[in-house]
Design a protein around this ligand. Structure first.
Ligand SMILES: *Cc1c(COP(=O)(O)O)cnc(C)c1O
Length: 377
C-alpha cells in the first residue's frame, strides 16, 4: 500500500459490530468482564481504549513501527519516552530542539538524575564526540525550528547502533507523509500531533511509535503506569484529521515552495530559509532523506520594527504560536517561541529580531503572496 492509500485504509477500519465506516468514539472508562480476568481485550481505558487503539494502530502502520501509542500532548508523549531512562543516564540532545523539549529535560528530568549534553545534530562528528559510557540515547529534530536545519538520520542511526544506544526522532515538522525516521534507522519516532497530523488547530495530542516490539511493550507499560493518555474524543478527532494528511501536506508544500521562491527573489529580505531552496545548506540531505520539504519557512526582514509592521499588516496569516494547520500562521521566534533564550545565545544561533516564521496554510497561494506583498511594501 502506498502512503496515500495507507492514510485512508491503514490501521483499524470502522466498527465490526455495526459496520460503521468511521471508528466510533468509545466514550467509556471500564469494560464488563465475564469472569475475573476474562474480557474482550479491554479492561480499563487508561490501559486501552478501542478508539485510541485504532489511532495507535494507524500511526504505527504509517511510521512503519511495531507499536504506536497516543498521549494527551506532544510533551506527555516525550515525557513518557524519557521515562525509559534512569538516574545517571545521559542523553545527547539537539541544541535547537523545541523549547518544551529543552525545558522538560533541563528542569524536570534533570532533577530525577538524567543528564544531557546539547549539540548541533547536523554536525555528526559533534554528536559522536558527545557520547559517553553512560549515554543511552540521541534525541533529534529534523528540520529544526525556526532555523530549519536538517540532520542526517541515517548517519546518526549508525552512531547510535555502534554505541548500542537509542535514536529518538521528533518527526512533527515532516510527518510520516514526507519522512519515515524508523526506515532510516531510528528506534523511536514521536510527534506533536497537535500540528500537521491533527492539522485543524482543534486538538492537542502526542503520538509515539517504536520500531521494535519490545521497546513498544516497555512504552505501553510506561503509558499505563504514568497515565498521560489521549481521550477517545481527541483520538477520534486525530483519526479524522489524519485521513487528509496526504492532500494537506501536498498543498502545504506546493504553497511553501511558491512562497519561498517568491521571497528569495525579493531584495528587501535579508535571508530566506527553506530546505527546498537550493541555497539551503542542507538542501541535498533534505532531498535524500525525505520526500518533501514541508510547509515551514523562516525569513529575515532586517529588524524587529519591520517584523512588527509585517505582523500588523498581514490579513491571512494569523499571529499565533503553533504550526501545521490548514490556516497560515505567522510568528516572531525571538519574541515568542524562543523568548526564553538569552539574546546573546539567540544571536549566536541566528534567531535575529527580524526573523519571521510562517507556517504556510492551504489557502490559495496567490492570496498569500498578495497579502505578504502588501505587508512588506
Ligand atoms: C509543539 C511541539 C512539541 C510539543 O507538542 P505539544 O503537543 O504542544 O505538547 C514538540 N516538538 C515539536 C517540534 C513541536 O513543534
Amino acid at each position: 500500500m502506498r502512503i496515500k492509500t495507507r492514510l485512508i485504509h491503514g490501521g483499524i477500519e470502522g466498527d465490526p459490530h455495526t459496520g460503521a465506516v468511521s471508528v466510533p468514539i468509545y466514550q467509556v472508562s471500564t469494560y464488563k468482564q465475564e469472569a475475573v480476568g476474562k474480557h474482550k481485550g479491554y479492561e480499563y481505558s487508561r490501559t486501552g481504549n478501542p478508539t485510541r487503539h485504532a489511532l495507535e494502530t494507524y500511526i504505527a502502520e504509517l511510521e512503519g513501527g511495531a507499536r504506536g501509542l497516543a498521549f494527551g500532548s506532544g510533551m506527555a508523549a516525550l515525557s513518557t519516552v524519557l521515562s525509559l531512562f534512569s538516574k545517571g543516564d545521559h542523553l545527547v540532545v539537539g541544541d535547537d530542539v523545541y523549547g518544551g523539549t529543552y525545558r522538560v529535560i533541563t528542569r524536570v528530568f534533570s532533577r530525577l538524575g538524567l543528564d544531557a549534553t546539547y549539540v548541533e545534530t547536523s554536525n555528526t562528528a559533534a554528536v559522536e564526540a558527545a557520547i559517553r559510557p553512560e549515554t543511552k540515547a540521541i534525541i533529534m529534530e529534523t528540520p529544526t525550528n525556526p532555523l530549519l536545519k536538517v540532520s542526517d538520520i541515517a548517519a546518526l542511526s549508525a552512531i547510535a547502533k555502534a554505541n548500542n544506544i537509542l535514536l529518538l526522532v521528533d518527526n512533527t515538522f515532516m510527518t510520516p507523509y514526507w519522512q519515515n525516521p524508523l526506515e532510516l534507522g531510528a528506534d523511536i519516532v514521536y510527534h506533536s500531533a497537535t500540528k500537521y497530523l491533527g492539522g485543524h488547530s482543534d486538538v492537542v495530542a502526542g503520538l509515539v511509535v517504536a520500531k521494535d516490539a519490545k521497546v513498544g511493550e516497555e512504552l505501553h507499560f510506561l503509558q499505563n503506569a504514568i497515565g498521560g493518555i489521549l481521550g477517545p474524543q481527541d483520538s477520534w478527532l486525530l483519526l479524522r484529521g489524519m485521513k487528509t494528511l496526504g492532500v494537506r501536506m501536498e498543498e502545504h508544500e506546493q504553497n511553501a515552495r511558491t512562497l519561498a521562491n517568491w521571497l528569495a527573489e525579493r531584495n528587501d529580505i535579508k535571508r530566506v530559509i527553506y530546505p527546498g531552496l537550493p541555497s539551503h545548506p542542507n538542501h541535498e540531505l533534505a532531498k535524500k532523506q525525505a520526500r518533501g520539504f514541508g510547509g515551514m519557512i523562516s525569513f529575515d526582514v532586517g529588524s524587529a520594527e519591520r517584523a512588527d509592521e509585517v505582523l500588523a499588516k498581514v490579513k491571512y496569516f494569523t499571529l499565533a504560536e503553533s504550526l501545521g494547520a490548514v490556516e497560515s500562521l505567522i510568528s516572531v521566534p525571538a519574541r515568542m517561541t524562543h523568548a526564553s533564550i538569552p539574546a546573546e545565545r539567540r544571536a549566536q544561533l541566528g534567531i535575529t529580531d527580524g526573523l519571521i516564521r510562517i507556517s504556510v496554510g492551504i489557502e490559495d497561494v496567490q492570496d498569500l503572496i498578495d497579502d505578504l506583498e502588501q505587508a512588506l511594501s
